[in-house]
Design a binder for this molecule. Structure first.
Ligand code: NAD
Length: 550
């Protein structure tokens, strides 16, 4: 039986004029409870209808980590729904690719404005689904707007046909073109549910592709609000499809049908996805886990470094792929740095809430809470010294965990080398810069790093660190928000890059068109093959002296 599909984005469903979660002056328990009632309930149901799912699918809830409140329910999609979503996106993509690039860019600039204007709604839902602090949710809003602006402004340059040096000067006119892949699948995690659902889609859309997104089961509504705003900005409704459900169920049919897969998540899942993409010979890009180092040298500005270290370790409750989990501090500054850092960490304002008061929010799930507790308990049992935190805060919410600083972490402890993905930092004393670099590089990961020193010394050191992004005198945001430059992981932290030229051209098929005039790139009729080879040898030698035109 062929199911009849619904999708709320087709005519009849208006743009989101109503906040999904009401504004934030009330206590959070009341606030979140309100989200699942009356007016907010209607908003939630409207969003759930935008998922591509046949009628009658079972549903699954999204719950707030702040207090366990049910935010809403979305369909549990099946493989058939994924195939339907890809088919719809494919039909819409053909018309989309035919539209002038300038129109696609205008839509993204309109999206930029909408995201900033409607940020309250986006902040509320991202916080409600993840339990993060409002300032961490704001990072997502800023990132999406900046990504939309960057690619709307730069896509014409990245995508324009480029003349390339031809086989024979003057006689071969060679041009490189970039065509859309078709339908891009995006599988995203829960930790930055707004950014990671749409920021990778923006360049793919501008390049002329359709999208099928599978957000994490914990955070479907943030993704749905973000996609709804894209449609309000002018994106054709069917071009961007969303399916919801378990990755292990929906991942395979998605990979079996899309033309490119953009994955953000754990290294273990990334490997499994890479194998499946490899079997189909489709391109993929994977942004994976990290165990990011921070290097503090004795010529660093202590006060700025301490503030930077707090952001590096505890932004988004440490549930940030580019967060720092290992700090290597030069012997000469170690004691002063540790005293100031620990003092500041103990003062971090923890709290649930949709206000701007707290610096750090909750962990996202019981699974995440258990993983963090397990790492810390294991380390402490094996001799790590707790300088701050290492305990839950049930008085604030069921999944709150204090920002934690440990010393004397040794390799037999799980958190020494495995990604904790929580608010836990291990401090190590190092002899000098060389020692710090060697220790920083002693990891299977290579996602992000942070170096604190004088700008010139830090920049020199940065290129010796095996990480896709290195921030000098910043924690992570300087490199991440440099959208014109590539971002991604070395070693087990990923394959491919987002941002910059690479971040859009990966969604295209490059094509070389070479137009030959005059003589062929081969023997001229009547010429002996030997004479041809001699002529070519002379020509090739002469070409060595022709300057390369970039
Ligand atoms: P995860 O790999 O378990 O899940 C990520 C996504 O993949 C989810 O949508 C999930 O449903 C889906 N998924 C799970 N199994 C799948 C399968 N077999 N096939 C297809 N899809 C599947 O990751 P997580 O634990 O939820 O997220 C945290 C991880 O993500 C951390 O390791 C973190 O470092 C990483 N991360 C990396 C970046 C980056 O840019 N490098 C950004 C954010 C998070």
């Amino acid at each position: 039986m062929v199911p009849t599909y619904q999708q709320g984005t087709v005519p009849g469903v208006g743009p989101s004029t109503m906040p999904l979660v009401a504004s934030s002056t009330v206590r959070d328990g009341e606030h979140l409870a309100r989200a699942s009632r009356s007016a907010d309930r209607a908003g939630v149901e409207r969003l759930a209808r935008q998922v591509t799912a046949a009628p009658g699918r079972s549903t699954q809830g999204s719950f707030s980590p702040f207090d366990g409140t049910l935010i809403g329910e979305v369909p549990t999609c099946t493989a058939d729904d994924v195939i339907e979503a890809v088919d719809r996106a494919r039909v819409a993509q053909r018309a989309w690719a035919g539209r002038p690039l300038v129109e696609r860019c205008d839509i993204m600039l309109a999206y930029h404005d909408l995201v900033l204007d409607r940020q309250e709604q986006l902040l509320d839902i991202a916080q409600a689904e993840t339990g993060k602090a409002r300032i961490s949710a704001f990072e997502e809003v800023a990132d999406v707007a900046m990504t939309a602006r960057y690619y709307a402004n730069s896509a014409p340059k990245h995508l324009r046909p480029v003349r390339r040096q031809g086989a024979l000067p003057i006689l071969t006119r060679t041009t490189e073109y970039h065509h859309p892949k078709g339908v891009v699948g995006i599988i995203s995690p829960w930790n930055y549910p707004l950014t990671l659902a749409v920021s990778d889609a923006i360049p793919a859309l501008l390049a002329g592709n359709g999208i099928v997104l599978k957000p994490d089961a914990q955070t479907p509504f943030t993704a749905l609000v973000a996609v709804e705003l894209l449609r309000e900005a002018g994106l054709p409704p069917e071009l961007f499809q969303v399916v919801t459900g378990a990755g292990r169920v929906l991942g395979t049919p998605m990979i079996d049908h899309v033309d490119f897969l953009m994955f953000t998540g754990s290294t273990a899942t990334g490997r499994a996805i890479a194998e499946q993409c490899g079997r189909r010979l489709i391109g993929f890009s994977a942004e994976l886990g990290g165990k990011n180092p921070m290097v503090v040298l004795s010529d660093a500005d202590l006060d700025k470094t301490v503030e930077g270290a707090v952001r590096a370790g505890f932004a988004n409750s440490g549930q940030l792929c580019i967060a720092v989990e290992r700090m290597y501090v030069e012997d000469r500054i170690y004691d002063r740095f540790v005293a100031a850092f620990v003092d500041r960490v103990r003062k971090i304002r923890l709290g649930a809430g949709h206000t701007w008061q707290s610096e750090m929010g909750s962990l996202v799930s019981q699974e995440q809470f258990d993983a963090v507790s397990r790492h810390v308990d294991d380390a402490v049992a094996k001799g790590a010294k707790v300088l701050a935190g290492a305990k839950a805060r049930p008085d604030l919410g069921p999944l709150f965990y204090e920002p934690t600083v440990l010393e004397r972490v040794t390799d037999d402890m799980a958190l020494a080398r495995e990604e904790t993905f929580g608010p836990v930092v291990a401090l190590y004393r190092v002899r000098d810069a060389d020692d710090a670099v060697a220790r920083a590089n002693d990891s299977c990961y290579g996602l992000n790093a942070s170096v604190w020193s004088t700008p010139s010394h830090g920049a020199d050191l940065a290129t010796r660190i095996q990480a896709g992004t290195v921030n000098v005198n910043e924690s992570y945001a300087a490199a991440w928000a440099s959208h014109d430059a590539p971002m991604g992981g070395m070693k087990d932290s990923g394959a491919g890059r987002r941002h910059g030229r690479e971040g859009i051209l990966k969604y295209t098929e490059s094509q070389t068109v070479a137009v030959q005039r005059g003589i062929p790139v081969g023997p001229i009729p009547g010429m002996s093959l030997e004479k041809y080879a001699r002529l070519m040898t002379t020509s090739i030698k002469a070409l060595k002296r022709v300057p390369f035109r970039r």
